[in-house]
Design a protein around this ligand. Structure first.
Ligand code: IMP
Ligand code: MG
Length: 183
């Protein structure tokens, strides 16, 4: 990983952490008397989910669903596969799906459909980022960390060809870095 790969640090670490304090406080209030199961969408949500979790003191359970919306480069092809199913039973539970980014909405629409088939008592979604683009079926996330313009970003769980997920901040990539990254 080379710092010259980045065009711009888009969201610095302190700004992310401050926003997470607010978001976690809101979730904490909304689910105080509920039976919360957080369902992270692998792999992009890992950093966001971990940072949310350490701020939540209410009773909750955590599980992950693995999905792959294939992206060779920076665009989605539309193919969707489940790579890991849930372990916990979420029937009659209050499920909050946690994902890294809402872009076209294809991923979260599919995850929502899968979750609905498991009969939770309530079902909401929480995304770290939402791109300001039209979402399929007008999909709306219930909790949004930051709204961002339509550009490709990496870091804080988000990857470009599985790289850069470990950055504690969000950055835009230089076009040259996009071309030179080996898969
Ligand atoms: P959607 O299905 O089009 O909403 O895209 C959601 C998935 O695509 C996310 O979970 C990410 O894995 C990936 N994705 C979308 N935009 C970006 C981006 O700007 N950087 C990295 N990954 C992205
Ligand atoms: Mg991804």
């Amino acid at each position: 990983m080379n710092p010259t790969d980045f065009e711009e640090i888009f969201l610095p670490e302190n700004k992310i952490q401050q926003r997470l304090d607010q978001l976690a406080a809101q979730i904490q209030r909304d689910y105080a008397n509920q039976d919360l199961t957080l369902v992270g969408v692998l792999t992009g949500s890992v950093m966001f989910l971990a940072d949310l979790l350490r701020r939540l003191t209410i009773q909750l359970r955590v599980d992950n669903i693995g999905v792959s919306t294939y992206r060779g480069g920076t665009k989605s092809s539309g193919d969707f596969t489940v790579t890991k199913t849930l372990w916990l039973d979420v029937k009659d539970r209050d499920v909050l799906v946690v994902d890294d980014i809402l872009d076209s909405g294809l991923t979260l629409l599919n995850v929502r459909r899968i979750m609905q088939g498991l009969y939770p008592r309530s079902l909401r979604s929480c995304v770290f980022l939402e791109k300001e683009v039209p979402h399929l079926e007008n999909f709306r996330a219930d909790y949004v960390g930051f709204k961002i313009p339509n550009q490709f970003v990496v870091g804080y769980g988000l990857d470009y060809r599985e790289r850069y997920r470990n950055l504690p901040y969000v950055a835009t990539l230089r076009p040259a870095a996009i071309e030179s990254t080996r898969s």
